[in-house]
Ligand binder design. Sequence first.
Ligand SMILES: *Cc1c(COP(=O)(O)O)cnc(C)c1O
Length: 221
Amino acid sequence: MTVAENLTQLKSLLPSGVKLIAVSKNHTTDRIFEAYRSGHRVFGENKAQELISKQPLLPNDIEWHFIGHLQTNKVKNILAFVKLIHSVESFKLIKEINKEAHKKNITANVLFQFHIASEESKYGFNFEEAHSILSSEEFKSMNNISICGVMGMATFTEETHIIRQEFKHLKVIYDKLKEEFFSNNDNFKEISMGMSDDYLIGIEEGSTMIRIGTAIFGQRK
Ligand SMILES: *Cc1c(COP(=O)(O)O)cnc(C)c1O
């Protein structure tokens, strides 16, 4: 199947209110153009350097999402054109994003990434860490960062009950944070969960954004 066919098929399965982010990491700008020509506008990359080199070669109306580990020294280079950073997982990074957004006189939109998988290697906050940041005076005084929701990656496993349980956990975290910190904040509304192998479970468990690479572009090298 072509990229366009994959996109059409995926979109036909998506309930309204779930956004499809085409994860184009490791794929050439030609492949991204293929998706763009079929009408798709929302793309995700997980490496700042790769995003910085691709972005100027591609149309301006692409909505870029950053979904990978972000080093503080790369923040200023992506902030001006990235719509949403899904992968904020340290206070240090939050401070840097707020500082750079302040300099540019913009509001940076971010998600808090939570560690919901059993694997050690995956980045992310636990609930207590996020809670203590959101409760802090320092955070409350930041005016240039908007927390739009949560993101998480499930364990890489074929045992779907484990994936489902981890997504349920992320939804519980989202609900608790919404109630305690964001009940009057309409920006806090996103749950980014679900990839090529588990997006259907993600959607069933309340996802509002799925991040799909392989099922659109095929295997990465
Ligand atoms: C690579 C990546 C994806 C997409 O993975 P696929 O299995 O190819 O759909 C989604 N989210 C993040 C954070 C990624 O790094």
